[in-house]
Design a protein. Sequence first.
Length: 141
Amino acid sequence: MLWVKAFHIIAVVTWFAGLFYLPRLFVYHAMCEDTVGDERFKVMERKLYHGIMTPSLIVVVGLGLWMLFDYAWEAYRAMLWLHIKLTIALLLIGYHLYCGHLVKRFRDGRNTRSHVFYRWFNEAPVLALVSMVVLAVVKPF
């Protein structure tokens, strides 16, 4: 089970790298004013989302469920910290899917948000990561 946990953590790191970087690409893409740059950002966003982030998310969820059902399920009801952590994880999956929606909007030339919006949008995964790490390590509840 330690191997499963190790690969789960590796996948989480990879997924979060994308969650941090893709919204930053949105910031720069929203500021972009030339066609060549616009096309370059579209390629970068698509490859990051479909080639790295989504496969990482699938591994995170798969291994996370494996660990949950293998050794945490019996004690799950008593672990409030795990309930909160999984709720944050579900919210992050929603964030991930919304990022995919934004990739499509940029691809189709329909972005209506400014770079300032994306600068704030970029901060959500940071808060989630800090919360999840504290919950998993400290187990305060």
